[in-house]
Ligand binder design. Structure first.
Ligand SMILES: [Zn+2]
Ligand SMILES: [Zn+2]
Length: 250
């Protein structure tokens, strides 16, 4: 289900950070307590803060227990920020999901990664070429959209963590997706009630693809949201983000 209004205005999109990691993600800085994140979001004027800790296959993280813990702590806090306790869930293969359906549905925001290929536990395509990965990514998304699990796709198509590829090959995974394929999957996601993250680390690193993705999505009328993948307080609401997004996308 969509949790934000549809908009293509970078300044509006940047008021909601839909991808952040707290101390429940081992990769996040220890300063990322729920309370400190909310305080910083207030100071920076964020309207929505989605906490999306990792939930990958084979990890030791109890996503549902963590969700209940944060919901309980949230009840004791007062804040004008809309705080969503979600998770960065895993669609780790075609039709393969890391959490039971009931856990997904309990969360405030089910944001799915379809592309953590750097993990040993992730399904890899048989064809390990850039085009092979592109086809596999699309197959994983297609299977995901046959369900109503996903509220959002985290870092869609982002090759940033494909450490087995060099920069040129990473870019090639993006170029390997045709406009037709991209249009079809964007439309299917929209029909499934799923938004698409403008993942700022990927947007700024692969601006040509980001523009193609944004303009095609806009033409189709999909829902976008912004996520900085914050692992530090400084990355929760970076200065000048709306301006940089505007420059890159428009
Ligand atoms: Zn991720
Ligand atoms: Zn993340």
């Amino acid at each position: 289900m969509f949790v934000l209004e549809r908009t293509y205005e970078p300044a509006e999109l940047a008021r909601h950070n839909m991808h952040t990691h707290s101390v429940f993600s081992l990769c996040a800085k220890r300063e990322m307590t729920l309370e400190a994140m909310i305080r910083r979001a207030e100071e920076e004027g964020l309207r929505t803060l989605a906490v999306t800790d990792h939930s990958d296959p084979g990890d030791e993280i109890d996503t549902y227990a963590n969700f209940l813990t944060y919901k309980e702590r949230l009840r004791r806090m007062e804040t004008p920020v809309r705080v969503l306790i979600g998770a960065e869930l895993s669609a780790w293969g075609v039709g393969k999901f890391g959490e039971p359906y009931e856990v997904d549905k309990a969360l405030d925001f089910a944001s799915y990664s379809h592309i953590h290929y750097h993990l040993d536990s992730w399904e890899q395509p048989e064809d390990r070429s850039p085009r092979g990965y592109a086809r596999h990514e699309l197959a994983v998304l297609n299977a995901l959209f046959e369900t109503d699990r996903a509220d959002n796709i985290a870092h869609p198509f982002s090759p940033t963590k494909m450490h087995f590829f060099n920069e040129e090959e990473k870019a090639a995974t993006l170029a390997a997706i045709t406009d037709n394929e991209l249009g079809d999957i964007l439309e299917k996601g929209e029909r499934a009630g799923c938004s698409w993250e403008l993942h700022t680390p990927t947007v700024f690193r692969f601006p040509a693809f980001a523009r193609r993705f944004f303009w095609l999505g806009r033409e189709i009328g999909v829902h976008f949201c912004v996520g900085t993948d914050a692992h530090t307080l400084a990355a929760l609401a970076p200065q000048g983000l709306a301006g940089r997004l505007r420059e890159t996308l428009l």
